[in-house]
Design a protein. Structure first.
Length: 430
């Protein structure tokens, strides 16, 4: 298979994945732009609650990633009925976890926010947002099903629709109805729930087409939990790093917390841009390995690494050029603006590290190499802890430099694994 064919396949999946992924940070960026007009305290509250919610939901990202890899392997093996059946089990699991998050998270909201620092606006935003947890998780699982089936268009359309609805509802609830920061949360909950309903209808149609049962299957649910457990550990270590970073920023004052919140959302935007290539890797690697084609798996990995490096360098250059104008988009105070400029300069410089890291992460997820990813996550978190302690009290630029060190360690651990052939396991099931 030549390079051009690999590039076409990568772009066929990565371009719509980019559009779908970029909607999530745009949710937060649009919320930040609107909530920023309420005041710095509300902006800081959104930063804290947004990070807490991202951590809670992010732990469940295996619903998308593990589902994509598992479904893609079945597609490569030519069994669309079992591919759809695995996706349905993921949707049932998403609903169960979402309801549990509401039951546990609502009474614990003050304690969760208190981990970062006292902020009444953060508690208010988090309590409302948790009501959308089932919808958020169904969106994750539904996205995984369709990407595993090599369909990136529907997730793109749904994500664009959710972002548009979120923006309109935020303007309406916050600026017109004057619901405050709670209005922003209600807008996001409504948009996410609408997207979840679309995914449920889409998967229902797929089940009828391929003759797959819609009932929850105990064995299938156990398999989904088992395959996702190691990926949960990997994700927990990633979220722990981001949570600790937010805490370090929040402990340095409201201005630093607000500046870090905006810069982290821009970094998250770039991360999702790079993750589009990684998601293409999850789909393509799963399909090639399910079909027993190790050679194609290695070839497509090399092409994705090139694409990851190219796109990350391009984003870094654009961010450097745009940095002087970004603070004005968020109506930031002079103090927050100065801090934000320093942060964004470091964020731009560490982009190439992220480009390679995200691609390798997606490759190993697509191959189902979850156990190694779990151990690598523990190692990288351990490497970040002393860097986070050093960054405490030394400003936002040092904090972002610590995150750059963390990204470098991730790249080294994932690169070491990719150089071996241990992850190239073929077959419909790893």
């Amino acid at each position: 298979m030549d390079k051009r064919k690999h590039d076409r396949e990568i772009l066929h999946l990565a371009v719509p994945a980019f559009g779908a992924l970029v909607a999530e940070p745009l949710f937060l960026l649009s919320d930040a732009a609107i909530v920023g007009r309420l005041g710095t305290a509300q902006q800081a509250g959104l930063t804290i609650a947004g990070q807490a919610l991202t951590a809670l939901i992010g732990v469940c990202v295996f619903l998308a990633y593990a589902t994509t890899a598992a479904v893609a392997r079945q597609v490569g093996a030519g069994d669309l009925r079992h591919a759809t059946r695995q996706g349905i089990d993921g949707l049932w699991l998403a609903l169960a976890i979402g309801v549990t998050l509401i039951a546990v998270g609502l009474p614990m909201s003050p304690a969760i926010v208190g981990f970062f620092g006292d902020n009444e606006y953060a508690v208010e935003y988090l309590r409302v947002s948790l009501l959308g947890a089932p919808g958020m998780l169904v969106v994750l699982a539904g996205t995984g099903v369709l990407r595993g089936l090599q369909n990136g268009r529907v997730p793109l359309y749904v994500s664009v629709g959710m972002f548009t609805a979120n923006l309109v509802l935020n303007v309406l609830f916050v600026l017109v109805f004057d619901w405050g920061i709670a209005g922003s949360a209600w807008g996001t909950v409504t948009a996410q729930t609408g997207g979840a309903l679309i995914y449920l209808v889409t998967v229902l149609r797929l089940a009828r087409r391929h003759g797959a049962s819609l009932r929850p299957d105990r064995q299938g649910l156990r398999a989904a939990v088992s395959s996702g457990f190691a990926l949960v550990i990997r994700t927990v270590t990633l979220q722990a790093t981001l949570v600790l970073s937010t805490r370090v920023a929040a402990q340095q004052g409201t201005d630093v917390a607000a500046a870090y919140g905006i810069s982290s959302r821009i970094w998250l935007l770039s991360s999702f841009v790079l993750d589009a290539v990684a998601i293409a890797g999850q789909s393509l690697l799963g399909r090639h390995l399910g079909a027993g084609d190790q050679k194609a798996a290695r070839e497509v990995t090399r092409r994705m690494l090139w694409w990851g490096l190219f796109t990350s360098c391009g984003f870094g250059v654009l961010l450097l050029a745009a940095t002087p104008w970004i603070p004005g988009l968020f109506d930031a105070s002079p103090e927050v603006s100065a801090l934000l400029v320093r942060a964004l300069l470091v964020v731009a410089l560490i982009q190439p590290l992220g480009g390679l890291t995200f691609v390798l992460d997606g490759v190993l997820i697509g191959a189902g190499d979850m156990r190694y990813l779990a151990w690598a996550g523990v190692l990288t978190l351990a490497a970040f802890l002393p860097a986070a302690r050093l960054a405490a009290g030394h400003g936002i630029a040092v904090l972002w430099a610590a995150l750059g060190w963390w990204m470098l360690v991730r790249l080294l651990t994932l690169g070491a694994r990719a150089r071996t052939g241990a992850w190239l396991v073929t077959g419909a099931v790893r």
